[in-house]
Design a protein around this ligand. Structure first.
Ligand code: 3HC
Length: 327
């Protein structure tokens, strides 16, 4: 059945009335195919981003400068993995399996956040990822708590609770460096120079160039535009940089009293397009690592499925084997 001929007007009217009344659209509700497709696109890419985002930070677990930093980094990375799994589960309510979503990623048919295609070269990068990347993610995800698709909205409420810890630990690690030796401060400034502009790209293209924003805003999937959220991130982050004595790498950055916001320079959209087209510094490495990890972990998924099949046929108790010899 096609979109225009199939659903009775009544069902479309009910859907539109729920959106207009700020009610959540739930998995069992009728929804236009285009809505389902758009929500799945955004949620699955969000989930991919959480999981692939573990890689640049994972590179520093064994090289963290202290046990304390290692423990905090481990906790944060575990959170990100959990966010990914949570988002995949929420996205599966749209009728597409996690396997299909991951397959789309591996075949280059689904994206993940451009920011995770940059290398984490020094320990200062780990502070920057927490402070800037998670800082930008919080701005975006707090807004998404009000998204119209129920499972996505609830996932955001839960994830935002952990994101504030992520941002604070990153800012605290950066502050330590910025207030440390001259070499440490230089390392923090170098990382800020490399991560600032890619962090602004996280909010997507300008609203006028955004392919999805118009419809996503109509459906209240997106509650605030790319540029509005980007501006909010700049306005909150610049004072934080000044407080720890670091300089934002933007000669056009200046406070605009009239607007009550910072004016800032133009993003290098050619770089943005290169990176999301797969030609960023680490795209191939990140995707190949994800593919390898998936393949190496296939035996675990096969074993669990085999056990579940056996349990179903022989009505075995719920425990996994090896629990004191019981079945
Ligand atoms: N990276 C990769 N692709 C991007 C992008 C970015 N930073 N910004 C935009 N794009 C892509 C879009 O996916 C879309 O491509 P598609 O049609 O193939 O999906 C195209 O560029 C056009 O962009 P639009 O603005 O029209 O797309 P959206 O309306 O989807 O807006 C978005 C882009 C603001 C990123 C939106 O998708 C969104 O809010 N997503 C949810 C948040 C998210 O995914 N964050 C990623 C980071 S997660 C993270 O940082 C976790 C933290 O804990 C570390």
């Amino acid at each position: 059945m096609t979109e225009t001929s199939s659903p009775t007007d009544a069902r479309l009217a009910t859907f539109e009335e729920k959106v207009a009344n700020d009610q959540r659209i739930e998995p069992g509700d009728w929804m236009p195919d285009a809505f389902r497709k758009n929500v799945l696109r955004q949620m699955s890419q969000h989930a991919h981003s959480e999981v692939i985002g573990m890689q640049p930070e994972g590179n520093w677990i064994t090289r963290a400068p202290s046990l304390y930093r290692k423990v905090v980094l481990l906790a944060k990375i575990q959170d990100e993995g959990g966010h990914g799994l949570y988002l995949y589960s929420a996205a599966e309510t749209l009728g597409t399996s996690r396997e299909e979503m991951v397959q789309a990623l591996h075949e280059g048919k689904a994206k993940y956040a451009s920011i995770f295609n940059y290398p984490s070269l020094t320990w200062a990068d780990i502070g920057m990822i927490g402070w800037l990347v998670d800082g930008a993610a919080i701005v975006n995800q707090v807004s998404l708590q009000r998204t119209s698709y129920g499972p996505y909205s609830r996932a955001m409420v839960r994830i935002c609770k952990e994101e504030s810890f992520h941002q604070r630990q990153g800012y605290e690690a950066t502050m330590k460096l910025a207030q440390g030796s001259a070499e440490q401060k230089a390392m923090a400034q170098d990382a800020l120079d490399r991560w600032w502009w890619p962090s602004l790209m996280m909010f997507g293209p300008h609203d006028a160039e955004s392919a999805h924003s118009g419809q996503s805003m109509k459906w209240k999937l997106k509650r605030e535009s790319n540029d509005v959220l980007r501006q909010r991130f700049v306005d909150q982050t610049v004072p934080q940089a000044e407080f720890i004595g670091l300089k934002i790498p933007d000669p056009d950055l200046k406070w605009n009293e009239e607007r009550g916001s910072y004016d800032f320079g133009e993003i290098d959209w050619d770089e943005f397009k290169r990176v999301i087209a797969g030609n960023g510094p680490c795209n191939r490495q990140r995707l190949q690592h994800h593919i390898n990890a998936r393949q190496e972990g296939q035996w675990v998924r096969d074993a669990l499925r085999a056990y579940q099949r056996k349990r179903r046929t022989r009505d075995l108790p719920g425990d996994l084997p090896g629990n004191g010899g019981q079945r």
